[in-house]
Design a protein around this ligand. Structure first.
Ligand SMILES: [Zn+2]
Length: 395
């Protein structure tokens, strides 16, 4: 179990079983054998990664740590299956291409695939994100409760800091939870070619009919991904911080810390979906909502989750955490020397409100009347497709 004295180690099988008593335990080695025998999975791996090579536990510390985190996500998602929870399984592609897939196989297995390329992208961003996080929340990291965290070794896998490894943990639970969301909501009823990829091969195509349905399903999967990410972070941090009876101030500090880590970790998804100003004319042909919209929807959902689950935080704290986590994550995507960077630096020099979210167009999008219309169109589109879906969870 993740006791404070053990540091930031991975959860044991006993811990999983205690968490989800009646849910069969996911075993990566067993899934690897099933993966190697699964012809439908192989076809999709080749399609998106140009290789069907999978990474076995023991290959590297990063693979080991990530497979443990994925198993934690799979256990939680399995507990939501109405029947046959063992259908949900995970695999790691050895590809250096950053991508994540949901694959539906005729063997009736629901695959979550994450590539080493994606893991490395997030791992390499994590320590920088941690440094930005410390700058954004100085009062938080000076608090007594954080002192406890400073002494823990990072999760294995090449992290310089414990904070960076925690952010990585949150980001992977969000990505894997998002793929689990596609399965739980039964999106195979729509993705009839047997897979869905976060980074599709096809460029945006303006000649096809609007792909609002694809984008609506993405938003649904994000919502489930965030829930799974939140539960995973609470489980991990409660153990690291050896939760006991806190006084009021400690409780607030604890809740702020979890909320901020959860928010910043899930927001690391922007490292893959680099946001830039919305071009509404490009939207119809895309498989995913524009990154800026996705981040705003993520921020809104996170904020709602924080309100519901962290009763000691007032609205001002909640809004501040949401704003600063967006700023931290988006700031990390801005490449030095680009036009966006020039705007970013200019705004930093001017001071005042967060510069990164202005520079990439998030601030503008918040006030764009087309955003509300777009979100409504997604909801309408989702209603239209619902009869085709095959949800695994209770609806
Ligand atoms: Zn997706």
């Amino acid at each position: 179990m993740l006791s404070g004295s053990e540091g930031l180690s991975s959860p044991s099988k006993e811990a999983y079983s205690a968490l989800t008593m009646s849910v069969p335990i996911h075993d990566f080695a067993f899934s690897l054998t099933a993966a190697n025998d699964d012809e439908d999975l192989r076809v999709q791996l080749i399609k998106y990664f140009k290789t069907d090579e999978l990474s076995a536990p023991g290959k590297s510390e990063l693979v080991d740590a990530t497979s443990d985190v994925m198993t934690l996500v799979i256990q939680q998602a399995r507990s939501l299956y109405v029947c046959e929870p063992e259908r949900l399984v995970g695999a790691i592609s050895a590809s250096s291409t950053a991508n994540a897939l949901a694959v539906w196989s005729r063997t009736r297995l629901d695959w979550i695939v994450i590539s080493e390329g994606l893991m490395e992208l997030l791992r390499d961003a994590a320590d920088d994100m941690g440094r930005r996080f410390v700058k954004a929340f100085p009062e938080l990291v000076d608090s007594q409760i954080w002192q406890c965290l400073q002494g823990k070794p990072p999760l294995k896998g090449g992290f310089q800091t414990t904070l960076g490894s925690l952010l990585y943990f949150a980001a992977i639970t969000f990505f894997a939870g998002h793929e689990a969301g596609h399965h739980l909501d039964g999106h195979d009823g729509y993705f009839v070619k047997g897979s869905h990829a976060e980074a599709p091969n096809d460029p945006p195509d303006q000649s096809v009919a609007p792909r609002l349905t694809d984008q609506a399903l993405e938003r649904e999967a994000d919502w489930i991904g965030l829930t799974i990410c939140r539960i995973s972070m609470i489980k991990l941090l409660s153990n690291l911080w050896e939760v006991r009876e806190f006084n009021e101030a400690e409780r607030q500090s604890y809740q702020r810390s979890i909320a901020a880590l959860l928010c910043a970790g899930a927001m690391m998804a922007v490292m893959k979906i680099t946001p830039s100003e919305i071009d509404w004319t490009e939207i119809p042909g895309r498989s995913h909502p524009p990154a800026v919209v996705r981040i705003l929807n993520l921020a809104t959902t996170l904020s709602r989750a924080i309100k519901e689950n962290f009763g000691d935080l007032d609205d001002v704290s909640r809004r501040w955490i949401r704003l600063m986590c967006m700023e931290v994550a988006v700031g990390a995507t801005i490449k030095p020397g680009t036009d966006v960077d020039r705007v970013y630096q200019e705004r930093i020099a001017r001071g005042g409100e967060p510069a990164a979210i202005r520079a990439v167009g998030i601030r503008k999008a918040i006030h764009d009347p087309q955003l509300a219309q777009y979100n409504e169109a997604l909801s309408t589109s989702l209603q239209g497709i619902k009869p085709l879906l095959r949800p695994r969870k209770r609806v």
